[in-house]
Write a new protein. Structure first.
Length: 874
């Protein structure tokens, strides 16, 4: 059974026919197969042709005219859409601004017009559509004649175009039932006796079934297990062929999984050049322009390491500044947020030049100007070699060839300028496929139905569901969907291709899946009607899968499968890294004492350890997290601009209260109404100072005003209850104290003098945009912030902090942590702080900065990625 296709083809060769195959891949395959396995051991390569090559022999030969192509068709349509008075069906007259969006669709209709213009076809269309089709055909034909073009799809094959071929050579069109145009070609040529149509051999029913999987990953893994087993048994990769009925979805996943399983693939189908770095560079430029220099589009372009930048240092600084100053959007013309909000004049100057360069590229109107501006951009921002020596070199050459094709087409169409030619180029590139010149060795992968007629010893066809497996030629696809049946002239070769693929018996593996991200799929009706569905085959025990075997090994069970080369490499690497104790792993052992001097500073001639309430709280939570921040200087970078930047809002609210209390000094309860009005005025002034007249953006500005404008005045009643007739003495006050071993410092939001001018009783206040972190003192202390403030005020101002409070802007109320009557609490805080300061200095001097992992400490720790303790391998 495996020899059916070989016998079928060999018989035609032996009978002296020049064989015509469905495509070039099949033709070359059978030529090689015949030379290797036939008794003659040789054959002329002219004895095998693809059907397209054979059909072209009978088409008219043009000496002067050039063939029309997709570029020329779109150029014609773009000119046509400037005057759409007679187009009422394909173009909406009510929305002329949308015409450009229909250009590609209208251009795709042009090759069908010769069939659509026939009376039989016109009668199936609405009257408005008839008029549009007639008008398009008339104008297109006139355009072709004027510019010396011809439309290849309008050409009809005839023996008159190849008189020398008649009777000299016998031709046999093999697998003719899988080629939609084969019967019509034979009829158009007058049914010559020297051309034979040979249908695919018939296979007895039931020998090959379609295997149905639940999802595409199950299908891929099963297929890869089979192929890996074949390779391990010594089957050469050239004897295995994969067909894929849904290449856009399946091939990327197949390539990734095959890489994991050490199964070499050679994918013959190309990818869009825009998916390669040099093509992606062009699309990123256009995205920056289309999105008016938005932060996200700028990050996609400027931070892409696949582009040969001279240096990315300035780009990273620009993006970091944009995040810092909440830049979200730019503008095509004039100043924008990038220029107004970023403070670094050097970065702003760089951005202006960059913006002008991108704008010039995207507004080019001819290819020569576009090439010139692209070269200027790359000379300015790329390294000297640019794409040379990178994987994008050949793809960029492909893109340049596309530019030359557009330039040549514009010249032939007598079009001097084309507004938005850069967009036109990207659309054209997106419709093309780039096939690398140097193919990798491995199992060949083709799109369905190219492999249906191949005679490979082992043939796999994936994703063969109902929709993906269909092979239907639609010469009148422009007809309305209401037209059904034979009137559409559709030629369905699906069943013939499926039957051809089934030839090969046990060495053919047809499969599909019923579920993937795009939705649910059904098997082809052919297999359902023939009762040729199955859900599994023998010999597919998952225990032979190397990745299932790895899971069993980790579970302590016996070895069941041989490791892949990838797994061996990963494990060898892990033995040298994560599975091996590191010399510099200080999460489990003390740091070298030589590191300790870098943690200290000299103050007034004394070398001491700097300590703040923030660093003290962090050390007590986890010494290694403290080391990451203060020893290793690890900085958490954020390249996302949140729609609401809570840090800036907190600073904004702090500034309101700072300005307010610095103006009123003493709080007089009799002036509450005036205070209320003053606070609202300060709110409006600080809003403009922080965000400008219209920033950060209209929705956020409205939210800020509704959320905080009235709420910020609630402090007046709270102030009356706690601090009437008291003086707000200091704002954002930085205080410090130096002992023999540590340097304690902090900045207090507000210090209130409770008995000015003669007393020394103070209150310290810390503003919180949200809730207060805690409302009462416990053991252990929830935070050392307020005790540190109490100590600093006592040491620096010589006073006693008898009131420590948090003020929640969200709730509009004070949370008093202690007041004058809580002497026990104040004494406890003082003692705990002294004890903790001594402890932290002692531990650091001894080098003890080991991690203290726990569920509570680790769950939100920003240093988990560098810590090798509890959460390191999750």
């Amino acid at each position: 059974m495996e020899q059916i296709k070989r016998t079928y083809v060999s018989k035609a060769f032996d009978e002296g026919y020049t064989c015509v195959f469905p495509n070039e891949v099949v033709a070359r395959s059978y030529l090689v197969d015949y030379a290797l396995h036939s008794p003659k051991k040789a054959i002329l390569h002219e004895r095998a042709l693809s059907f397209d090559t054979f059909r072209a022999m009978f088409l008219p030969h043009h000496k002067k005219e050039e063939p029309s192509n997709s570029i020329i068709r779109e150029l014609f349509v773009s000119r046509l859409l400037k005057d759409t008075r007679y187009l009422s069906y394909f173009i909406s007259q009510e929305y002329p601004e949308a015409n450009s969006r229909f250009s590609r669709y209208v251009a795709s209709l042009l090759p069908m017009l010769s069939d659509a213009i026939e009376e039989e076809s016109l009668s199936l269309m609405p009257y408005a559509m008839q008029q549009d089709v007639k008008g398009l055909y008339h104008d297109y034909v006139q355009f072709l004649r004027t510019h010396d073009f011809f439309e290849p799809n309008f050409e009809k094959p005839s023996l008159l175009n190849a008189p020398s071929l008649q009777g000299e050579t016998k031709y046999c069109i093999l697998f003719a039932d899988t080629i939609s145009d084969a019967p019509s070609l034979w009829r158009n040529l007058g049914s010559p006796s020297w051309i034979t149509l040979s249908k695919t051999p018939v296979l007895e029913s039931g020998s090959v079934k379609l295997e149905v999987f639940g999802n595409f990953m199950q299908e891929l893994h099963t297929t890869l297990r089979r192929m890996k087993k074949l390779l391990e048994e010594g089957v050469p990769a050239r004897d295995i062929v994969i067909g894929c009925a849904s290449p856009s979805t399946m091939i990327p996943a197949l390539e990734q999984e095959a890489w994991l399983y050490d199964v070499p693939l050679a994918v013959s189908q190309g990818k869009s050049p825009l998916l390669y770095p040099s093509g992606r560079f062009l699309s990123c430029l256009k995205a920056v322009y289309d999105e008016t220099f938005s932060l996200e589009s700028m990050k996609s372009l400027l931070l892409d390491t696949g582009f040969p930048w001279k240096t990315q240092e300035k780009q990273r600084r620009l993006i970091a500044s944009a995040v810092k100053y909440a830049v979200v959007q730019g503008a095509l013309q004039g100043p924008d947020q990038w220029q107004e909000q970023i403070k670094d004049t050097g970065l702003v100057s760089w951005y202006k030049e960059f913006k002008n360069s991108v704008r010039d590229i995207c507004t080019s109107s001819d290819i020569a100007g576009l090439r010139r501006k692209l070269n200027h951009f790359q000379d300015t921002y790329f390294m000297e070699t640019q794409w040379k020596g990178t994987e994008g070199e050949d793809v960029y050459s492909f893109c340049l060839d596309a530019m030359e094709s557009i330039k040549s087409a514009m010249k032939s169409c007598e079009i001097i300028s084309y507004p938005g030619v850069f967009s036109f180029l990207l659309d054209y590139l997106d419709s093309k496929l780039y096939v690398p010149q140097q193919q990798n060795e491995g199992i060949k992968v083709y799109a369905w139905p190219m492999t249906a007629t191949l005679g490979a010893p082992y043939h796999f066809v994936l994703s063969l569901d109902h929709d993906s497996s269909q092979c239907i030629d639609k010469p009148l696809a422009l007809l309305p969907q209401t037209v059904e049946g034979d009137s559409r002239r559709e030629i369905d070769t699906t069943e013939a291709n499926l039957r051809s693929a089934m030839l090969g018996g046990s060495r053919v593996f047809l499969s599909c899946h019923t579920s993937r991200y795009e939705g649910e799929m059904l098997p082809p009706s052919f297999f359902v009607e023939q009762d040729l569905l199955c859900t599994g085959r023998e010999g597919l025990d998952e225990i032979s899968d190397p990745f299932e075997g790895e899971n069993l090994l980790w579970a302590g069970l016996r070895k069941t499968a041989k490791a892949t080369g990838r797994q061996q490499h990963w494990f060898d690497s892990a033995l040298k890294t994560v599975l091996r104790p590191r010399v510099d792993d200080f999460t489990r052992k003390p740091i070298p004492l030589s590191f300790i001097p870098s943690l200290k500073k000299e103050v007034d001639g004394v070398t001491v350890l700097p300590v703040s309430s923030t660093s003290l709280d962090l050390f007590l939570k986890c010494p290694y997290a403290w080391a990451c921040k203060y020893l290793y200087k690890a900085i958490q970078m954020d390249f996302q601009v949140p729609s609401i930047d809570h840090r800036i809002i907190g600073s904004f609210l702090h500034s309101i209260y700072e300005v307010f209390f610095s103006k009123i000094k003493y709080f007089d309860p009799l002036k509450k109404d005036a205070y209320h009005q003053l606070l609202l005025e300060i709110f409006d002034a600080q809003m403009e100072a922080y965000f400008g007249k219209h920033g950060p953006n209209p929705p956020t500005r409205s939210w800020l005003e509704s959320e905080y404008r009235a709420t910020c005045t609630l402090i007046i009643d709270e102030e009356e209850a706690l601090f009437s007739d008291c003086l707000s003495l200091h704002f954002e006050k930085s205080l410090s104290y130096t002992s023999d071993t540590y340097f304690l410092y902090g900045r207090i939001d507000r210090i209130v003098h409770l008995d000015f001018p003669h007393g020394k009783r103070y209150a310290v206040i810390d503003y919180k945009k949200g809730d207060a972190p805690y409302t009462k003192i416990g053991d252990p202390l929830p935070s050392y912030q307020l005790p540190v403030y109490r100590m600093l005020v006592g040491k620096e101002l010589g006073g006693d902090v008898v009131n420590a409070s948090y003020y929640s802007v969200k709730k509009g109320k004070y949370s008093v942590i202690w007041d004058e009557k809580d002497t026990t609490i104040m004494q406890f805080c003082d003692e705990e702080l002294e004890k903790r300061l001594f402890e932290i200095v002692h531990l650091i001097n001894e080098g003890h900065l080991e991690a203290t992992p726990s569920k509570e400490h680790c769950k939100e720790c920003i240093y988990r990625q560098v810590c090798r303790r509890r959460y390191a391998t999750r």
